[in-house]
Design a protein around this ligand. Sequence first.
Ligand code: UD1
Ligand code: CA
Length: 458
Amino acid sequence: MSDLHVVILAAGKGRRMHSRVAKVLHRVGGRTLIGHALRVARTLDAASTTVVVGHLAEQVTAALAGEPGLHVVVQEAQLGTAHALLQTAPLFEGVAGRLLLLSGDVPLLRPETLRRVLDVHEASGAAATVLTATAVRPYGYGRIVRSGGRIARIVEERDASPAQRKIHEINAGLYVFDLAPLFPAIRQIAASNAQGEYYLTDLVGLYRRRRLVVETVVLPDTTEIRGINSRTELAEVAALVRQGKNEELMGSGVTIVDPATTYIDQDVEVGADTVIHPGVLLEGRTRIGAACEIHAGVRIVDSTIGDRVVVNNYCVITESTIAEGARVGPFAHIRPGSEIRHDARVGNFVELKKTVLGEGSKANHLTYLGDAVVGDHVNVGAGTITCNYDGVQKHQTVIEDGAFIGSDSQLVAPVRVGAGAYVAAGSSITKDVPPGALAIARGRQENKEGWADKLKKE
Ligand code: UD1
Ligand code: CA
């Protein structure tokens, strides 16, 4: 059993975000900030993982509901990072081992770095190990004050002297602590600083005065440990994440015509030889097969696309499945619960909702298919509409294999068109059509000979 315990701080007010959404629930690469922190923490196989929540605690707790085996501790008043960690003390009473502390607002951290800090901590026998970085612009971070080469203390930006502000080594906000001396020491920390908060960073000075060993691991730059405190930082970090994802996909054989305008969430998968044109958004748990062509302006959310699928310009596809060889768009709207099977065709200005379109079937122009099951090799003519809603309930339309629906027809659900049946153009179908039948449901045409000439004479 591992003796490593992970604590993630996520209780802060996040004032600089100016948001009613908790800071750690803002997203980068389609994943929440707290989701990023948890993901990297999970690579460690720790004995326990705890998140400290406080500001907007209910939101954050609800978002964490699906996480197995997670402890959530509430910090009622947000009195600083030391006070936040102190709230977990009851969990660690009489527990020996190490505690790794992370911030919930630092999403780029790599597993390798965590392991390195843990290794250094182990090898040095330190009571605390601090991750630091050399920053070109250290503004906003705590500064590492060294004496005789060793870390002496950490000074927050607001409490720093002009000389200390010139220090370029900054505190990443990630630490490994031995549990034994930790909580007694945290209880000694005072809130005598510019913000009147209990700073965890004060622990370093306190340890050094007691001659406890504090080690550091220094990163060459701040990219990986960038914290998100404002919307500007959110956008900057999101851009880095996006670039990383695009590079990863290109490295595995995906063509991205213009990476600068291509937005692919972290968890999306794309097969080799797929071409992604400018302005495409692939979101959530979307999976795209190999050798697909995704044209400009397409947005695909939580959907599965098979191999050799063509999605033409400006389609929106949500929570749906498109099988290999199918073609969709331009300007198609594929709404949740739709399934477009092998080699089917969905054309321009077609909307599908909770609809199966069978193998090789076509709905090429100006059509709405909702709550419908369309069999194989069906032709759905231009302007066909399933009337699935009676104002109270939704009803199903079934169109069996090989049927032909003439243009501008309405199918008033619940209704079934049998296999191989024909519906004449312009029909309003309100009764089931037997297999192989022709249904005509429209006013008969009457021609009045010579009528136009008569009108002119009058
Ligand atoms: C903190 C560090 C700073 C470091 C920087 C790195 C302190 C005092 N300062 O500053 O040295 O350079 O991180 O990113 O630790 N939190 C709580 N409860 C609170 C206050 C904060 O849970 O009462 C949480 C926040 O949600 C956040 C983390 O602690 O996840 C850090 O807090 P934040 O206010 O962002 O600290 P920084 O000013 O960034
Ligand atoms: Ca921060």
